[in-house]
Design a protein around this ligand. Structure first.
Ligand SMILES: Cc1cc2nc3c(=O)[nH]c(=O)nc-3n(C[C@H](O)[C@H](O)[C@H](O)COP(=O)(O)OP(=O)(O)OC[C@H]3O[C@@H](n4cnc5c(N)ncnc54)[C@H](O)[C@@H]3O)c2cc1C
Length: 181
């Protein structure tokens, strides 16, 4: 998509305060005045239409790659996607579900509590709790493929087939407990 991950005045076609840029204030104003830039408006509309949102990404530095992080910074806009009492269970996207589908460099044995890398669920909590649940999504158990780089072709086919099978029945899945802080 070549999505521009950097926030600024170009997020908006409207201007609330030309003298000092405060992103969230401009977001609230753009919500009232239909003033989101074309790329942001298009992404928000996709979220509003979807029942299940899947983020496919490689784990980078224990988090999202910068472009996906920047997508969140720009697209999860105050006023339109959260704000006031519209947070968590009462969030704008309540009733929708989200799934993290990620790959790692490290092996599964390293991503456990007390392991070499630590608990993968703690690592994902800022994303699952602080982003997805924050705006109202129910979160499904993450789809994690550990170390695809070291997989043989047959193993890769097996994990892809397992994921395909999961997706067939995903509408019947119950939300996952992402843990709280
Ligand atoms: C900046 C950076 C930070 C990172 N931080 C972390 C970190 O914090 N923790 C961590 O664990 N790892 C980290 N990594 C490693 C990273 O998570 C993995 O390299 C990544 O998840 C691998 O997934 P990929 O999609 O990039 O795989 P690729 O490298 O694109 O593919 C993996 C293998 O699968 C093969 N393949 C790809 N697509 C197909 C297909 N359709 N069919 C068959 N074979 C295919 C490729 O040929 C390749 O051999 C980091 C990497 C970078 C660059």
């Amino acid at each position: 998509m070549d999505f521009n991950a950097i926030s600024g005045r170009h997020n908006f076609t409207t201007v609330k305060d030309p003298s000092y840029f405060r992103q969230q204030m401009e977001e609230v104003y753009a919500t009232e005045a239909d003033g989101f830039a074309h790329d942001i408006a298009g992404e928000i509309e996709k979220i509003e239409r979807c029942d299940l949102m899947i983020w496919q990404f490689p784990l980078w530095w224990f988090g999202l790659p910068g472009i996906l992080e920047g997508w969140v910074d720009r697209v999860f806009a105050m006023g339109r996607t959260y704000g006031g009492d519209k947070l968590y269970g009462n969030g704008v996207f309540a009733g929708k579900r989200a799934l993290l589908s990620l790959t790692t460099g490290g092996p599964a044995t390293a991503y456990v509590k007390g392991g070499f890398q630590g608990d993968i669920h703690a690592i994902l909590r800022p994303i699952q709790r602080g982003m997805l649940q924050f705006v109202g999504f129910e979160v499904l158990a993450p789809q994690i493929i550990y170390g695809p780089v070291r997989m043989h072709d047959s193993q890769r086919k097996e994990v892809l087939a397992g994921y395909a099978e999961r997706l067939k029945n995903i509408s019947n899945e119950t939300p996952f407990d992402v843990g709280i802080y």
